[in-house]
Ligand binder design. Structure first.
Ligand SMILES: Cc1cc2nc3c(=O)[nH]c(=O)nc-3n(C[C@H](O)[C@H](O)[C@H](O)COP(=O)(O)OP(=O)(O)OC[C@H]3O[C@@H](n4cnc5c(N)ncnc54)[C@H](O)[C@@H]3O)c2cc1C
Length: 430
């Protein structure tokens, strides 16, 4: 089969790219291994609500139309939202069609799937940045009777063994799970490394309102000082709960979550914990105050101090005088470790040599420079701070579709090339 462009993945990124390619009249196909929004269906926990308010889900040609712009979607509502977007985009979509290989071809790429091979001139990888749980090597050294659960496996506290739980990682996911599990009455210990503290609401406005209004979410990849660092920053320690409560370490402490330092090793049935807890908390407080200063300065410069609440600061993170450096699994009653240590992409099917030694695609704002015609979308800070957000992928897809169109223009199709799909879209199978 032939087409001009193959898009891999029908999450928000693949759908947004399909929208822009169709606007430009570029024929394409979207290959998806499962259903639309597969990741939300298969790999996210039951109680997950979006961190971003409803209004903040602007996709090309689509947006929030309900009467609760400040609410937060549940996982199922997010799936329904993306299903509705797929109906709006109506892409040429092949569902349940896993891509098994992408390699270079005579005048572009050969994309092999479980349902046939496509030859094409361009490929957009929209297969997700958060596909595989990132679990540290030391997981193998945990006592064998400890249950280990990754973020992709976790569903709800009811699915965990009885007794104590150690949650490793205190970004949004780890803090949310610590909060959820503790509220069922379990003993919860949270191993805290570098984290980004943020309040849900500041001066009466949602934190995401501030990020959007101040332009911080739009900050570009070629403007930040240290892009590699910006790309690896943990997510804000926030949740999208109805009561808009904070889930920072002070809030978790109030409900009885115990804080320890980063999990550094395991020996003789004991967890070895870093002594850096106080430092990482002080650093998080410092950065939080810098962020709030930025908001305050912006509000004053804009002359809107009267429209928002008065500036205020959060109490410094409370840290025990001497947090433990060792944690005996047996004695402390910990029976389960939840790895909230992040995700990584899965490129096991990519047979084009464009990965660095950490397995990441080497690219410049989504343009894979060593493989003309190859693009990647949906990665952290790909082109903007908001690149991984539902609200952010549309602008990146627009930019990359322009690059792709220019690439096709300067590398015209061979004379025998005939698109398999009409330029008007084929109906969605979503
Ligand atoms: C826990 C968590 C919470 C988040 N909360 C928010 C939030 O509140 N607000 C927000 O804006 N963003 C949030 N995000 C970030 C982001 O919106 C999601 O990660 C979103 O799923 C990214 O969309 P995507 O299209 O880039 O990737 P995905 O949704 O992962 O879509 C990729 C698609 O590619 C398919 N695929 C993968 N490999 C293949 C293959 N070989 N062949 C065919 N198909 C393939 C997958 O099945 C999947 O459907 C969150 C992320 C996580 C991990």
């Amino acid at each position: 089969m032939r087409t001009t462009t193959v898009i891999i993945g029908a999450g928000q990124a693949g759908l947004a790219m399909s929208w822009w390619l169709a606007q430009r009249g570029i024929d394409h196909v979207v290959l998806e291994r499962g259903a639309v929004a597969n990741t939300w269906r298969k790999e996210r926990w039951d109680s997950l609500t979006l961190l971003t308010p409803n209004w903040q889900s602007r996709l090309p040609g689509f947006g929030y139309e309900g009467d609760q712009p400040d609410g937060f979607r549940t996982r199922d509502e997010t799936i329904a939202f993306l299903d509705a977007y797929a109906r709006r985009v109506a892409p040429p979509l092949r569902l349940h069609c896993p891509v098994t290989s992408v390699r270079r071809g005579a005048d572009g790429y050969k994309v092999e799937s479980e349902h046939g091979m496509w030859t094409c001139r361009a490929v957009v990888i929209a297969s997700g940045a958060f596909s595989l749980p990132r679990v540290p090597e030391l997981a193998h050294t945990l006592p064998p009777d400890i249950e280990q659960v990754t973020l992709a496996q976790y569903r709800s506290p009811a699915h965990l063994r009885e007794r104590g739980v150690l949650v490793v990682g205190a970004a949004a996911s780890g803090a949310q799970l610590a909060d959820e599990i503790r509220r069922t009455g379990r003993d919860v210990t949270l191993a805290v490394g570098e984290h980004v503290r943020a309040p849900r609401t500041y001066r009466g406005r949602d934190i995401q309102w501030w990020m959007d209004a101040t332009g911080l979410n739009d900050e570009r990849y070629d403007q930040v000082e240290n892009l590699t660092r910006a790309q690896s920053l943990p997510s804000f320690q926030i949740a999208g709960y109805r009561d808009r409560r904070d889930i920072d370490l002070n809030a978790l402490r109030t409900i009885g979550v115990k804080m320890v330092g980063r999990l550094a090793g395991v020996r003789d049935g004991k967890a070895q914990l870093s002594g850096s807890l106080r430092n990482v908390c002080e650093l998080a407080d410092l950065k939080l105050n810098r962020l709030l200063n930025t908001f305050d300065e912006w509000a004053t410069a804009r002359g809107i101090d009267g429209e928002v609440g008065p500036p205020h600061r959060l109490a410094p993170t409370q840290v025990d005088a001497s947090p433990p450096l060792l944690l005996d699994f047996a004695r402390s009653g910990i029976r389960t470790v939840v790895w909230a240590t992040g995700f990584r992409p899965d490129y096991s099917w990519l047979d084009v040599p464009v990965l660095d030694r950490k397995g990441n695609i080497v690219h410049e704002g989504g343009v894979v420079t060593d493989a003309p015609g190859l693009y990647v979308l949906g990665l952290p800070f790909l082109r903007r701070r908001k690149s991984t957000l539902i609200d952010g992928v549309g602008d990146d897809a627009l930019d990359l579709s322009a690059h792709l169109a220019a690439y096709l223009g300067t590398h015209p199709a061979p004379a025998h090339h005939t698109p398999p799909f009409p330029l008007s879209r084929t109906p969605s199978a979503a």
